[in-house]
Design a binder for this molecule. Structure first.
Ligand code: ADP
Ligand code: MG
Length: 509
């Protein structure tokens, strides 16, 4: 549907076309008229479907430039998402001269205070830092007309709830509240409803992504053979841009280092990195300087990186909905993608739960042999060798070239060059990956497909958990909260039973 049919003004429509958007996405088409009419809206659609503009455009439309107060506040779970959202709104609001500012933890608060003095009409932020500013009175929300919880399932799920409640308490009781998310489990929705008045729910089914656009494979492999299995499959598939998902921060670190040791251009992304490091890693990934990004779920959440060709689930996600988020990193904007999930034999029930949710069977993939992997590496190196040949000048090294060509055949020289460019010597580099506590055995039987039951059943998420996590917060570092506490907790929890190191060796098949 055309944006012009949705009731937006010419000024905003011009900005939309300047931004290169031609047609509204389904979530935009369904929610924009409701939001423009002032309704509270719960908008659910898979990642990468334009939810930012879905809530952003009506907000921009409603901004009164003569009003110097913050009129809309958008709460985001991570710094990157907050920045990404603020960027998108700034661009779309550029013609209207809307001032958008962003605040997040782990960054100089004085500079943010300075920026806030410019009287933004829209403020985007992470919960901890927003609250910090509210308490310092550098942010006042008493003129807010619209409040958005982006990635609402995350925001209402984990340790953010206290902060969210405190922030909402500072906004006027009469306001518009919008919840946008890729998933909306019932218990989370129930919490969200408390902050809303008579909301309309718009849900765009996620069938296209998981069924049509991503080729989904799984490899059944023992935990101690996973790293070899993954690197060999990477060699065969030669991803142009791939994301490797790992369950914990320690895993992210170890996998990134292991991949580097084996000659891949890889880096890790997780909540413990400084903002500067995270930006650098993301920049390198977007510019293809590295082509494998290793990340935790939270670090990769909602990030909009184009052209991700492959997603590797080194650890199968415990929560089937995370799987949908993860593979949503590829197959974006109509492009096709490939995902490979590595599953330990005792984790097969988790695989089935994912299949129940996506309504699609994954294709079993045999682990590649070392020989197949070598061949993959060599094939990938061939192109690079051609580039190299074009880039060197024989005249620069005539004597040594003559020496080598007398001594060896062209074939031998080409083979040596290929082996070197392919990094075959690194293929067997020993890599040590610490053991993580295995996932608890999923209960089968009556609960098949009942992923919500599973969440509650394992005691990590769901009803009682919220309160438990609030306590975490109280004895935690309130003041020094940096917008990533939630991930820290999640990672530490999953780390609980780990610790024991084990040697990881490569066996020739
Ligand atoms: P989500 O929040 O649903 O994950 P985003 O808002 O991050 O999705 O949007 C994903 C990408 O799609 C962004 O690069 C955004 O600029 C782009 N996009 C959004 N709306 C449109 C549209 N109507 N047409 C084309 N591209 C769009
Ligand atoms: Mg989003």
């Amino acid at each position: 549907m055309k944006f012009s049919e949705l009731g937006l003004s010419q000024e905003i429509l011009d900005a939309i076309s300047a931004h290169g958007y031609e047609e509204a996405t389904p979530i935009q088409e369904k929610t924009i008229p409701l939001t423009l009419a002032g309704k509270d809206v719960i908008g659910q659609a898979q990642t990468g479907t334009g939810k930012t503009a879905a809530f952003g455009l009506p907000i921009l439309e409603h901004i009164d430039l003569n009003n110097p107060n913050i009129q809309a506040v958008i709460i985001s779970p991570t710094r990157e998402l907050a920045i990404q959202t603020a960027d998108e709104l700034s661009k779309l609001g550029h013609d209207k001269h809307v001032n958008v500012q962003v605040v997040f933890g782990g960054s100089d608060i004085r500079r943010q205070i300075q920026n806030l003095k410019s009287h933004p009409q829209i403020l985007v932020g992470t919960p901890g830092r927003l609250l910090d500013h509210i308490n310092r009175r550098t942010v006042k929300l008493d003129h807010v007309k619209t409040l958005v919880l982006d990635e609402a399932d995350e925001m209402l799920n984990m340790g953010f709830l206290d902060d969210i409640e405190a922030i909402i308490a500072k906004t006027p009781a009469v306001r518009q509240t919008l919840l946008f998310s890729a998933t909306m489990p019932a218990p989370i929705k129930r919490i969200g409803l408390q902050f809303m008045t008579d909301p309309e729910t718009v849900k765009i089914e996620a069938k296209q992504l998981t069924t049509d656009l991503v080729d989904q494979y799984f490899v059944r492999v023992r935990e101690n053979e996973k790293f070899d299995a993954m690197t060999r499959i990477i060699d065969v598939q030669a991803p142009s841009l791939g994301i490797v998902f790992a369950r914990t921060k320690r895993r992210v670190e170890e996998l990134a280092r292991g991949l580097e040791a084996r000659g891949y251009k890889a880096a890790g992304l997780h909540g413990d990195l400084t903002q500067q490091m995270r930006s650098r890693v993301l920049g390198q990934f977007k510019s293809h300087e590295i082509n494998l990004l290793v990340a935790t779920d939270v670090a990769a959440r909602g990030l909009d990186v184009k052209d991700v060709s492959h997603v590797y689930n080194y650890d199968i996600p415990q929560d089937p909905e995370s799987y949908v988020h993860r593979i949503g990193r590829t197959g974006r904007a109509g492009a096709t993608g490939t995902s490979v999930t590595f599953v330990a034999p005792n984790e097969m029930d988790y695989l089935r739960a994912i299949e129940d949710l996506t309504k699609k069977r994954m294709t079993p993939l045999k682990p590649a042999t070392l020989a197949e992997a070598r061949l993959g590496k060599i094939k990938a190196a061939t192109g690079e060798v051609s580039q190299l040949v074009k880039s060197v000048d024989v005249a620069d090294m005539q004597t040594q070239v003559d020496e080598l060509t007398q001594q060896y055949s062209a074939q031998e020289l080409a083979a040596a060059l290929l082996a070197d460019v392919a990094g075959l010597d690194k293929q067997n580099a020993p890599v040590e990956i610490s053991r993580e506590r295995p996932l608890p055995r999923r209960r089968g039987g009556g609960n098949r497909g009942g992923y919500r039951g599973h969440r509650n059943g394992n005691g990590r998420r769901g009803g009682g958990g919220y309160r438990g996590r609030s306590n975490d917060r109280r004895d935690g570092n309130r003041g020094g909260y940096n917008g990533r506490g939630r991930q820290d907790r999640r990672d530490h929890r999953s780390n609980g039973g780990g610790g024991k190191r084990r040697e990881f060796t490569v066996r020739e098949k």
